[in-house]
Design a protein around this ligand. Structure first.
Ligand code: C5P
Length: 304
């Protein structure tokens, strides 16, 4: 084992604390291509993850528990209504874990929130088990996990487990890694909760064209050019439920350096894509100053 990793593992064993990040999930595209008999929709979505998100701390304990803090912690359930504890229950009931969740992402906002937290909990427990068994965590994060049970936690949990650029198809169960250039993103949420089932129900058509084969994008500008020819099919029904989303998109598009702005997931969070850090941060600062009631954050998007 390399020396640095050995020391890190020893430190973790002393503190018995594991620290994982629940990265914001951003749907750069979201095409709804069909609907299954059980009501779930078939999707074709290009998904990326930003260095903005929730922080999850995990430590061994007699029984599992969850404490929630942070700017958006107030109304977050701390019982089995929270995906963190439901994710932990996928593992042996004899293996209790005490979690502390620092909730930095606005909930019910189209950027993964609960799914990102569930994925962080799974990653934390896998690292904990690897430490306890003095083993190295396997590269295949799904090894030993019940894929259907992971999907049942939420359709976005499988893609959140990877937290790397991916093309997500099926209802979220089919995830393929994608090569993406490096870029920056600004997320803005107008603090309006948009219920996902209601947005899906408002779709004018449920059988829309999928994405074409993905090209290779040499840089952020090429990616943005290509994105202009793609869609988020949920944007129109979400705008109908929450017209303020149009104001968010207008504000993002008015910022210098915005390559493209679009809604993520079922909303109401929208993103602006930028080629560099200074542009993304300036956009967040300007929008926050103009709309103090909105939430804005900038982060780097992880290339594959
Ligand atoms: O799976 P998750 O709990 O995140 O989904 C929330 C809701 O979004 C579902 O109850 C369903 O109404 C809708 N949904 C869908 N098709 C998907 C994913 C979510 O209809 N592929």
């Amino acid at each position: 084992m390399p020396k640095a990793r050995g020391r890190w593992r020893m430190w973790r064993q002393i503190t018995r604390m594991i620290n994982e990040f629940g990265y914001a999930k951003v749907n750069l595209t979201l095409h709804v291509t069909g609907q299954r008999p059980d009501g779930y929709h078939l999707l074709d979505s290009l998904v990326v993850f930003a260095g903005i998100g929730d922080r999850l701390y995990a430590a061994r304990s007699g029984v599992s528990s969850l404490t929630v803090e942070g700017p958006f912690g107030a109304d977050i359930p701390t019982d089995m209504g929270n995906l963190v504890l439901r994710a932990a229950a996928l593992f042996s009931p004899h293996q209790g874990v005490a979690f502390t969740l620092q909730k930095n992402l606005p909930p019910a906002s189209g950027i993964g929130g609960g799914s990102a937290d569930a994925a962080a909990a799974i990653r934390a427990i896998l690292r904990m088990l690897a430490d306890e068994n003095d083993a190295t965590a396997t590269d295949d994060i799904f090894a030993g996990l019940d894929r259907d049970a992971v999907l049942r936690l939420g359709a976005d949990v499988p893609v959140c487990l990877y937290s790397r650029p991916a093309r997500m198809q099926g209802i979220g169960d089919n995830v393929a890694q994608v090569a993406c250039p490096e870029f920056w993103i600004t997320l803005v949420n107008p603090r309006v909760a948009v219920p996902t089932p209601q947005v899906f129900a408002g779709l004018a058509s449920k059988t829309n064209a999928p994405m074409p084969d993905l090209p290779v994008w040499p840089d952020a500008a090429a990616l943005a050019d290509w994105l202009h020819s793609q869609r988020n099919d949920l944007e129109a029904p979400a705008l109908h439920i929450a017209p303020v989303i149009a104001d968010v998109l207008r504000a993002l598009r008015a910022q210098p350096g915005t390559l493209i702005a679009r809604m993520s997931g079922s909303g109401a969070t929208c993103f602006a894509l930028a080629a560099d850090e200074a542009t993304a941060k300036a956009t967040a600062t300007a929008i926050q100053a103009a709309h103090p009631g909105w939430w804005a954050a900038a982060g780097r998007v992880f290339p594959s």
